[in-house]
Design a protein around this ligand. Structure first.
Ligand code: PEP
Length: 252
């Protein structure tokens, strides 16, 4: 059975003064739940604070983006080795907000995932279709294209070291989650795609669902056979909601 992970993407939220209450509540709640893992993905300036407050707890931390470059003249970028310096375990690669706002291509996302892996981080690689693409019947073609770029860059044998996240773009921050049937269809298809290359890797691949996950819909999503946890945006900013999603995952 695959382990479940509940990862909170804080996006561009938080403050030095306000973060400790949230981090400490999440860490305290995570300590009471044994069969689900927790992580928070905080803005770069708060990594040191997350490291200070979460070291020794059962909540991991990480970042929301990483450079594909190891170092050099790349103003504004942050390398995977720098994230390691702050004790990060995870980093998001290819969130749809970065694909859309920063023009991140499939190849660039794959290169970021590779850079993260090579530095010993676990990349959480996001794939997902827009509403137009879904309505045009292109959902699977889009997520396969995004996944294939990662498989080509990493090789299937390294996929056990990543986490995949299916995040339909139309469900992110909209309050409109995918239905369980929609989520299961895409998760199963992604797993099958990997299984076609290597059955053992496909069956063990951890695939999170993301897109308006909240306590009220978490149980039905977490019960799906091919859903192995959640990437949570808005609801990760309230400790009770985030921990309730974790409880649903533990129950599922
Ligand atoms: C996200 O930011 O990855 C996300 C899924 O956001 P939300 O849960 O707010 O839809």
């Amino acid at each position: 059975m695959r382990n479940k992970l509940i990862a909170g993407n804080w996006k561009m939220h938080g403050s030095l003064a306000g973060n400790p209450a949230l981090l400490q509540s999440v860490a305290a709640g995570a300590a009471t739940q044994s069969n689900v893992s927790f992580a928070v993905l905080v803005p770069f300036p708060y990594l040191a604070q997350a490291q200070a407050l979460l070291t020794g707890t059962s909540c991991a931390w990480g970042a929301q983006d990483v450079s594909e470059e190891a170092g050099g003249a790349f103003t504004g970028e942050v390398s995977a080795a720098m994230l390691r310096d702050f004790g990060c375990r995870y980093v998001v690669a290819g969130h749809s907000e970065r694909r859309a706002r920063h023009g991140e291509s499939d190849r660039r996302v794959a290169a970021k995932a590779l850079a993260a892996l090579e530095a010993g981080l676990t990349p959480i690689v996001c794939v997902g279709e827009t509403l137009d693409e879904r309505e045009a019947g292109q959902t699977l073609a889009v997520v396969y294209r995004q996944l294939d770029a990662v498989m080509e860059s990493l090789g299937v044998r390294r996929l056990p070291a990543i986490v995949l996240a299916y995040e339909p773009v139309w469900a992110i921050g909209t309050g409109r989650s995918a239905t369980p049937a929609q989520a299961q269809e895409v998760h199963a298809a992604l797993r099958q795609r990997v299984s076609n290359a290597d059955w053992v890797v496909g069956s063990g691949l951890q695939i999170l669902y993301g897109g308006s996950v909240k306590p009220s819909n978490a149980l039905e999503l977490m019960r799906l056979p091919d859903v192995d946890g959640a990437l949570v945006g808005g609801a990760s900013l309230a400790a009770d909601d985030f921990l309730d999603i974790g409880r649903a995952a533990a129950l599922a």
